[in-house]
Design a protein around this ligand. Structure first.
Ligand code: URA
Length: 248
């Protein structure tokens, strides 16, 4: 159960290990801890248990959010990550793309969608003249790689969700694209199959959301025949481009 013993107070975000009540805090820099405790006005809060909420409005910038993600131990994925993967693209983008979670390339580089699936996603966006650095911000439901690229658990998704909600608040996109079923479940808490709901516009907290197929799924299904995953993606991304032109 989360308790106040699961909350660490730091003035600067540093990677640290949290141990349960009665055990020790292991900090990289003990002197910073000492100065923090002496200067409570500069103290920041890191809730280290996934069930402790992070209040909306906690972060005033993506950099401060990223700092917490890099130190985060809210779920077990922190134990096996190389780098937390926060996001890439325009921090004020009109379109946000949310994937499932980092794979190996992302874990190594700290950037989302930089492997084969990412390259395909970039090509799909470029085909409708959407620029990844100007029009798009890309992130994931969970910020740390699940071992063997397994699907993140409900608890892992819930532990990471406050970061995602804060990213959405900070970027403030008008359009959100959810790549694959985990992204739909993670944001909309909707368990319907992706093939049933892809390509449909949904409203979520005043924003337009569209579930789309995951690019990794397209890589496994190379056919371009009408009705194939690639063909469906082409229909969907054109609908996104049309909506973008309508709004902006
Ligand atoms: N797949 C995802 O869902 N996210 C990534 O960052 C990479 C691959």
């Amino acid at each position: 159960m989360p308790t106040t013993n699961n909350i660490l107070y730091l003035d600067k975000v540093k990677r640290l290990k949290f141990m349960s009540h009665g055990e020790q805090l292991n900090l990289f820099n003990q002197s910073e801890w000492t100065s923090s405790t002496q200067n409570p006005s500069q103290i920041k809060l890191i809730p280290t248990h996934g069930k402790i909420p992070i209040a909306p409005g906690t972060y005033d910038s993506m950099a401060s959010l990223a700092g917490h993600c890099h130190s985060c131990v809210r779920c077990g994925l922190s134990a096996t990550r190389t780098k937390a993967v926060v996001g890439r693209g325009n921090l004020n983008a009109p379109i946000m793309i949310i994937g499932e979670g980092p794979g190996q390339n992302e874990d190594e580089t700290g950037l989302p969608f930089v492997g084969k699936a990412g390259h395909l996603l970039d090509k799909i966006l470029a085909a409708v003249k959407l620029d990844c650095d100007r029009d798009i911000y890309i992130c994931n439901i969970v910020k740390c790689r699940p071992p063997e690229n397994r699907v993140p658990t409900g608890d892992e998704i819930a532990a990471c969700r406050p970061y995602l909600l804060e990213q959405i608040r900070l970027v403030d996109p008008k359009i959100i694209l959810l790549t694959g079923g985990t992204a739909v479940k993670g944001l909309l808490e909707d368990n319907r199959g992706i093939t049933k709901i892809r390509g449909t516009w949904m409203e979520w907290q005043g924003r337009l959301c569209m579930p789309i197929l995951h690019p990794a799924y397209l890589l496994r299904n190379p056919s371009r025949e009408p009705g194939s995953p690639k063909w469906l993606m082409w229909q969907d991304i054109q609908a996104v481009r049309a909506k973008f032109d309508e709004i902006f």
